[in-house]
Design a protein around this ligand. Sequence first.
Ligand SMILES: [Fe+2]
Length: 313
Amino acid sequence: MIATETSPNRAQPAASPVLSDIVSLPVDSWSGPLPVSVQEKATACLERGHVLLMPDLPFELAGQERELLRPDLGGGGKNISYDPRNQRLRGAEADPETLALLQDVMARYAEHSLALLRRLLPHYTDGLRQARTSYRTAEIAGRETSWRKDDTRLHVDSFPSSPTQGERILRVFSNVNPSGAGRLWRVGEPFEAVARRFMPAIGRPFAGKHRLMRALRVTKALRSDYDHYMLGLHDGMKADLGYQQSLSQGGLFEFPAGATWIVYTDQVSHAALKGQYVFEQTFHLPVAAMHDPEESPLRTLERMTARTLVDRG
Ligand SMILES: [Fe+2]
């Protein structure tokens, strides 16, 4: 079930906690102007922690490109990645001709998703920083992995080696499954509820820890206290099977083939349960570039801890 203009709704059983909404938007092309009303709604809903769904915005693969829809293209890895900043493709296994075609398609997804965000979220244009593009060919259901990497468990995104220093993680997804199968997600509680539940168990980082991890190259950049707490939330949620079980009855949503959706994955609790063939583009955004920075995980955690969690100097 999805929220519509007139009837906010969510997949949720009786007496379950409040779960994040899926909000449907009437966007059916990657470029061209959009009404201000749609832009304002998109920005407000996104920042409040809802998922924006565009059911009629497919990322099309045509002709020979459809041959890229095969599970072995990723060589058994979780995803193929492309960096639009240096045009580098990683994680794909195929002949040079197929790799060149794949690179073209991934570059197109990078361009399309950037164009979409510029017109849907014009407020962000100056602050938006494009990161990796990924293509996930493997079926999620049944994949064996460690609990920390298990994205079928509810979590908020935070990556051990890539600190964000408080910057947002904004992601665009498109389900391109040729069989028409949906991509099944579970969404969980709003960020503040998650933080209230898990923050008390996360210890303060010891003095010098962030510099030590940088020196040992555990992290690619200096981890902030914010990153420390976000990683604590990510791990705390995934490790707590009782918590996972307590939310296992609600929040299910299947993103249809041919749909595109946008979500702040550092804020919205999500689990990807089932599905194959999805494109994804990651963006980062400084909190100051948001319409309402108070909605950010950074500000939420700073209010909760009554501390500054990133170095603003
Ligand atoms: Fe995630």
